[in-house]
Design a protein around this ligand. Structure first.
Ligand code: OAD
Ligand code: ZN
Length: 257
């Protein structure tokens, strides 16, 4: 399970960190309160702040970091049952983790839907408009086309239901870079069997690790890059990870040229 903390080392702000978090830096968008940027009622009143944020988060402007590639390495080694992410930056895909291994629980910019007639559109149609500061409109009914990001109160994507089969099968649960404050995602942390070790790697102690710890919980607090590098070292994977990152950096350099 991952959250915004895995992408801060890529330069993308998280939501709730004091000062640096997105929710304390939205003044310029003139929102009644920060979470309104992901609320439908506000979106219908004024969609501009959401699209301005979308433009800022445009995939391609950021690169995966060592944490994403550690997860990729878990996949390469056949150790990743599934990656549940709350992130909408798409960096797990860029890091080469196949869509079949991913549950993008809060949606993605890969597709979009007309808010009026519900017609689906490919994400790229929306980006073309967003990048030139236009509000994407449905060519059929002129309704606003909203990327399939899950707003507060909206249902999660169908794939989220995979948790029903995945979590009882897990041998270990890694929880990285999330405040575990948003439901239903946060409660997944309680869905593994009680004998299954849960490893939290985060700056601070969060969620059930604080208020309902289990005897097999392991917690590594502090900066995540450092913690993940340390874990990789203990696993003896340091060189392999460096090779993978070199090879992927070359691919991305090719992409960006
Ligand atoms: P939060 O911003 O709530 O939590 C991020 C966590 O990562 C915090 O506990 C930070 O301390 C920690 N963190 C950040 N950078 C770190 C670093 N370098 N080292 C160690 N820890 C670090 O983000 P999420 O839990 O992902 O919804 O937020 C959940 C949802 O709330 C998001 O998906 C978003 C938001 O509303 C949507 O986008 C729809
Ligand atoms: Zn429409």
């Amino acid at each position: 399970m991952v959250g915004a903390g895995v992408s801060t080392p890529s330069g993308i702000p998280d939501f709730r960190s004091p000062r640096s978090g997105l929710y304390s830096n939205l003044q310029r968008y003139d929102l009644p309160y920060p979470e309104a940027i992901f609320e439908l009622t506000f979106f219908h009143h004024n969609p501009k702040p959401f699209f301005a944020l979308a433009k800022e988060l445009h995939p391609g402007s950021y690169r995966p970091n060592v944490i994403h590639y550690f997860l990729r390495l878990l996949h390469d080694k056949g150790l990743l049952l599934r990656l549940y992410t709350q992130n909408i930056d798409g960096l797990e895909r860029v890091a080469g983790i196949p869509a079949s291994k991913l549950v993008e629980a809060h949606g993605s910019f890969a597709s979009a839907t007309c808010t009026v007639c519900r017609r689906p559109f490919p994400g790229k149609d929306v980006w073309a408009e967003v990048m030139v500061d236009r509000i994407p409109r449905c060519p059929v009914c002129t309704g606003i086309v909203k990327p399939d990001i899950v707003f507060f109160g909206e249902t999660l994507p169908q794939r989220f239901l995979l948790h029903v089969v995945d979590f009882p099968m897990a041998d270990v649960l890694l929880i990285l870079g999330t405040s575990l404050e948003v439901e239903p995602f946060a409660s997944l942390s309680e869905a593994v069997r009680s004998s299954v070790p849960r490893l939290l790697i985060n700056r601070d102690l969060v969620g059930p690790f604080a208020w309902r710890p289990r005897s097999r919980d392991v917690v590594q607090l502090g900066d995540m890059v450092h913690s993940v590098e340390r874990l990789v070292e203990l696993l003896g994977w340091t060189e392999e990870l460096q090779d993978l990152m070199r090879q992927e950096a070359e691919k991305l350099n090719g992409r960006d040229r």
